[in-house]
Structure formats: C-alpha cells, structure tokens
Design a protein around this ligand. Structure first.
Ligand code: PHE
Length: 449
C-alpha cells in the first residue's frame, strides 16, 4: 500500500509546528517562567532548545524519514531483530499516556472558550468568584468530561481524514490564525499601563536564580514543547518527502515554537503585572488568573474569546500529532483501517482521560505513588517518559545507526553542502554532548540536587 506523505513543504512545517506549539507554550511555559524566576529560566530554556532539543529533533527526523514507518516499525526496520524495538514500543505508549491527560486540559479550554463566548468572565466582575469558578469546575464530574469528549472527538475526526486531507490541511489553516490571534493579544497586553514590569520580568535575567532544579525544569519543558521522545516528530517525519531539507524544516519548527512561547509570554506576563497579580500561581495561571484580568481589562471580553480560541487551536493541533502516533501504529503494524485505528485510540485515551479528569473530583483520593492520577500521568510523561525516550533516541542514532547512513539522511545523500558542515557539529552533540547532558540533568533531578 502506498504511504501517504505531506503534500507541501509549508504544510509539513505547519503540521510539525502545530505539534510543537500547544498547551506547552500557552499554559505550561508561562507558569514555569513564573515559578522558576522569569528571564533566567527563559535563558536556559533557549540554550537547551538549540543545543540539545534541536539535535534530538533531528534524530527523530532521521529515524522517521529513513525508515518511512510508524514509531514502532521504524526501530524494527532500522535495527531488525534487536531489543531496540522496545524503544519503539515506548514511543507508541508514551503519546497515548500524554494524550489522555492532555485532552483533559484541552477539555478545559473548550469549556473556557464557550464561557468566554457568553462573556461569563466580564459580566461577572467578582474576583473571588472567578477564582473559585475554576476549582469548582474541574472538580465537578460531568462538565469537564463533556469538554474532554468533545476535544478528543475533534482530534479523532481530523486524524481520521488522513495526512494530507486532515492533519496537513488543519495545520495550514489554523496555525497562521493562531499566530495572528496571539500577536493581537500580546499587543493588547503590552500596551496596558504598568505592563513594563512584566516585560522586564521576561527579558532581564537574574543569573543567580539558576540551579539544578531550574535546569531540569527548562530541559523538561524544552522536550515537552518540541514534542520530543515520544514518537510524534518521528512519525510526522516519516511523512516528509525524501527531497525535503530536514535541517531547515527542523530549525523552522524549533524557531516557530520558541517565538510562539515568547509571544505567549508577552501576551500573559505584562497583563499579570499590570494588574498587580502574582506570576507564581502555577498551573492555574491561565485558567484562574487570566479570567480575572480579562474581567478588568478594557475590551477584556473580546480578548478572552481570542485567548481561549488560541488555546484551543494550539491544544488540538498538538493532540492530533500524539493521536497520529497510535493510529499509524494500528494501521501499519496491526493492519487496521484508518477509521478503526482512530476508534481504537479514541477509546483508550477517552477512558484513561476520564480517570484523569475525575482525579480532580470524585477520584481525588486515588493515589499512584503519592500522586493523583492526573499528576501521575503528567509527571510520568514530562519528567520520565520524554526524557528517557529522548535519551534512547539519541543513543540509537549516535551509537546504533551507521554514521554514513545518518549523514546521508541529514544531507540528502550529500546534496546539501551546508548540512554537511552542520553535520560535523551535530554528530558530536548526538554522540557525546546530548546523552551526557540529559543523563546528568536527569540524575541530578532524580536525587534532588
Ligand atoms: N509540544 C506540545 C505542546 O507544547 C505537547 C506535546 C508533547 C505534543 C508530546 C506532542 C507530543 O503543548
């Protein structure tokens, strides 16, 4: 059977940027910046993104495009008869786990988008109420499940339409809209009086704040934001044409992701400071603090609609990419039709997602290793699965694949001279720097340094 590919370079980049840009940029990044001290965290984050994450992204591109297979099949194809296929298995299981809890937050965005459309933040200016609103919403049983189901259905429908007609088309239309909307919000936020304090919080680093914890958080966030270590980019790369320059597609994806995170930061932090609120409110920043701001800001009702629309688009394009990993596996390794593969992955992630959602309310007493189900899934994926997955991917490319094959794939058989020059540095990073750096940061975080 002929495998489907992305139809154009722009489409492929939009799909990959769509995967990278998501709740990680709009929800996780801003609250981590708040928790870990602002610009110093951003500085380390940028450093890691280009020094470690981009090379790992290239490794995933190399494995995916060379094998032209799903995440499990790719390792079987490139290292037949070896234990590396278990890395493939991990790469299929990880995104299923991530999708399960990611779609719960996606469901919250659905709900908040609906609420913003009925102007429920602006018509209700009682600050206390808005803060309680989030807590009582996520701990309720049915409302979050409704949003979650809707969000997951949307994801499944787009993936069900295939690579070109579903994923690529959706990304090509939605990603430019997303950028425009977030830029508009950033302009609004940065022109509020008192916004300058928020801007310096983002751009003036205090290097004394950097420690092991900040580094581990920045590395985890950088992997999460570039969708690394869980088969996603690998699977997308397997749909990229052999003629494409993967060095430039990868760099475009990473730059788009970083720019978007910064724009999202500029949309949120200046407003938080302008209204004298704390940037350190953790995961509730976007769902608790922002509605409060929208309720007081001039034109806040419209800004709220735009913001939650953007959050929703960003989240869907990412969940689509995770969903596709499992679907590609079911189609290519289990011989299912695309439709049945979508139904299967939907059912698995839906049931796990229900457990995650209920863990804020009725199931809040159920603890896995001391965490609620949602927190367990979140920590398991961001702190362990993605880091270990990324480590195994660089080790595979650097130590298992033949150097000549890696170079051949990265330079398209030597036809891109600039890539040949870049490869010398890349090879050093892939073989030595990245594995050692990941290991050191991972272990130091594990033993609590
Ligand atoms: N990169 C996405 C984000 O920033 C999350 C993601 C993780 C997507 C893993 C796919 C795979 O929100």
């Amino acid at each position: 059977m002929q495998r489907e590919n992305f139809g154009s370079r722009f489409g492929a980049i939009m799909a990959m940027a769509g995967s990278a840009i998501g709740l990680g940029n709009m929800w996780r990044f801003p609250y981590l910046v708040g928790e870990y001290g602002g610009a110093a965290f951003i500085f380390i984050y940028i450093l890691f993104s280009f020094l470690l994450s981009l090379p790992i992204l290239y490794c995933e591109f190399i494995i995916g495009r060379r094998s032209q297979k799903n995440a499990f099949g790719a390792f079987k194809e490139l290292a037949p008869g070896t234990k590396w296929k278990w890395v493939g298995a991990l790469s299929v299981i990880a995104p299923v786990i991530i999708t399960s809890y990611y779609c719960v937050i996606g469901g919250w965005s659905v709900e908040y988008f609906f609420r913003s459309c009925t102007f429920s933040f602006t018509s209700n200016s009682d600050g206390m109420d808005l803060t309680n609103m989030f807590g009582s919403f996520i701990s309720s049983t049915w409302a979050p499940l409704f949003g979650h189901t809707l969000f997951l259905l949307l994801t499944a429908v787009v993936v069900g339409k295939g690579i070109k007609g579903g994923i690529e088309k959706f990304g090509k239309v939605m990603m430019p809209v997303l950028f425009i909307v977030v830029i508009l919000i950033a302009v609004r936020s940065m022109t509020l009086s008192g916004a300058s304090e928020g801007i310096s919080y983002l751009f003036k680093p205090d290097f004394s704040k950097i420690d092991g914890k900040v580094c581990a958080a920045a590395l985890g966030q950088s992997f999460f934001s570039l969708s690394l270590g869980c088969g996603t980019m690998l699977t997308y790369a397997s749909y990229v044409s052999r003629k494409e320059n993967i060095a430039s597609s990868g760099a475009s994806t990473a730059v788009a992701d970083l720019c978007f995170a910064m724009i999202a930061g500029c949309a949120i932090m200046p407003a938080v400071f302008a209204f004298g609120l704390s940037p350190q409110s953790g995961p509730g920043l976007v769902f608790e603090t922002l509605p409060l701001i929208f309720s007081q800001m001039p034109a806040g009702g419209i800004v709220a609609i735009l913001f939650f629309l953007a959050l929703l688009i960003a989240a869907v394009t990412s969940s689509i990419s995770m969903f596709e990993v499992g679907v590609a596996y079911c189609v290519e390794e289990r011989g299912m039709s695309r439709k049945w593969a979508c139904v299967t992955i939907f059912m698995i992630t839906w049931v796990l997602g229900i457990l995650c959602s209920l863990s804020f309310g009725p199931l809040s007493d159920v603890k896995l290793f001391g965490n609620t189900i949602f927190n367990f899934f979140d920590k398991l994926s961001a702190n362990y699965l993605m880091t270990i997955g990324s480590l195994l991917v660089v080790l595979f490319v650097g130590w298992k694949m033949k150097k000549a094959d890696v170079e051949d794939e990265f330079t398209n058989g030597g036809t891109f001279p600039a890539n040949r020059r870049l490869f010398k540095v890349l090879w050093l990073i892939i073989r030595w720097i990245a594995p050692l750096a990941i290991l050191v940061i991972f272990l130091s975080n594990l033993i609590g340094l």
